[in-house]
Design a protein around this ligand. Structure first.
Ligand code: OSB
Ligand code: MG
Length: 376
């Protein structure tokens, strides 16, 4: 059993090496909540993927901070836990706030792996030794700029290109990319930018042979996605809509999608991510690991998760250098010319956290400690 002695929260500010634009708007830098657990002389980190604004989900860094500090961290202190699998029960009384919960739960999994001297991937039940990688390319100032980006990512070896799209930045870019690269694995992600009036237009995209259309409609909808899926040949993939295993079951059963994007933060931690993965696997639905512009800490956790067997499609987990001039882990995440990341076999995530660099990026911190335990 593990007794956690202290939980450190910090906010780091980190500019993105390249601005990232989606149908929500432009992100030029990240404000990121990191949690660090201390137990038995070991430390383990977790990253909260909540954004700077409540646009992708209703969480944001500031809500995650207060929920972690006042509700979640106290529930982890002063109890004995066996591992990350205990967190959903411990946090169950707190409704929602899944990204905040995931940061702590994932750190507990990391801690448990380190304590047992095994890799995080093995602890999670991973089997893959390498994971296939794709990239998510933001909305660009021009089609020429987009083509140049795609060219660079393909040259780097990435196996799948995902284009962020929205009304006015859709058909023309699919046409331009398909004209130049008829054979590549190509998908798009609308982040909920379309409505029922757009169904006819979306149906015309079947000609582009997209691997999937990610989250075209409302973040909280299965019914209209299932209506759209009936109208088009291209597979729908849900991202924002899937909060847990029950959502995955509903979406699969209603045929709202044929592919699932799993983001460990969006579903509340590794326990639920594994449950979604298993539910999809049992029903023949492929999954892939989404990304949230993570630093190396969250990225290393995404790599471990992606080692599970049903992560059969290339994910949005790509090299550190696509996001940061310098990451906060060592070594940085790199992708081979074949577009693969090797799953580390070292203890825990398999990466070292650069504490000095994190220290220099920290703008806010708080520490919660367990009450002194009476030694037997
Ligand atoms: O919808 O997948 C998304 C980034 C931030 C928020 C939502 C999404 C994304 C991405 C980028 O697509 C994925 C990445 O490269 O980390
Ligand atoms: Mg998405």
């Amino acid at each position: 059993m593990i007794n956690i002695d202290a939980i450190h929260l910090r906010e780091i500010n980190l500019p993105l090496a390249f601005p990232f634009e989606t149908s929500f708007g432009l992100t030029t830098g990240r404000r990121i909540l990191l949690v660090e657990l201390e137990a038995e002389g070991l430390t383990a980190w977790g990253e909260c993927v909540a954004g700077e604004h409540p646009y992708f989900s209703d969480e944001m860094i500031d809500t995650a901070w207060i929920i972690t500090e006042t509700e979640l961290a106290p529930r982890l202190l002063d109890v004995e836990i066996a591992g990350g699998g205990d967190c959903p029960r411990l946090f169950g009384q707190v409704r929602g706030h899944r990204m905040a919960k995931a940061a702590l739960e994932n750190a507990v999994w990391e801690l448990a792996a380190r304590r047992s001297g095994v890799s995080l991937a093995e602890t999670l039940g991973g089997t893959r030794t390498v994971i296939p990688c794709g990239v998510s390319i933001g909305i660009q100032p021009s089609i020429d700029a987009l083509l140049e980006k795609v060219e660079g990512e393909l040259a780097a070896g990435y196996q799948r290109i995902k284009l962020k799209c929205m009304p006015g930045w859709d058909r023309e870019i699919f046409e331009a990319v398909r004209e130049r690269w008829p054979e590549i694995l190509l998908s798009c992600d609308a982040n909920s930018a379309y409505r029922m009036k757009d169904f006819d237009q979306i149906a015309t995209w079947d000609e582009f042979d997209l691997l999937m259309i990610e989250q075209p409609l409302w973040f909280d909808d299965f019914y209209f996605h299932s209506m759209l899926q009936k109208r088009i040949k291209t597979a729908i993939c849900l991202d924002e809509s899937i909060r847990n295993r029950r959502d995955a079951l509903a979406a699969i059963d209603m045929e709202s999608c044929r592919i699932l994007n799993i983001k460990v933060g969006r579903v509340g931690g590794f326990s639920e991510a594994i449950a979604v993965h298993n539910a999809a696997a049992e029903r023949g639905i492929p999954v892939w690991c989404g990304g949230m512009l993570e630093t190396g800490i969250g990225r290393s956790h995404n790599i471990a998760l992606s080692s599970l067997p049903n992560f059969s499609l290339p994910g949005d987990v790509s090299a550190s250098s696509r996001y940061w001039t310098q990451d906060i882990i060592e070594p940085e995440v790199t992708v081979s010319k074949r577009g693969e990341i090797t799953v580390p076999t070292g203890v825990g995530s398999g990466f070292r956290v650069d504490r000095q660099r994190i220290e220099s990026l920290t703008v806010r911190r708080a520490t919660l400690r367990a009450r002194a335990r009476v030694m037997a």
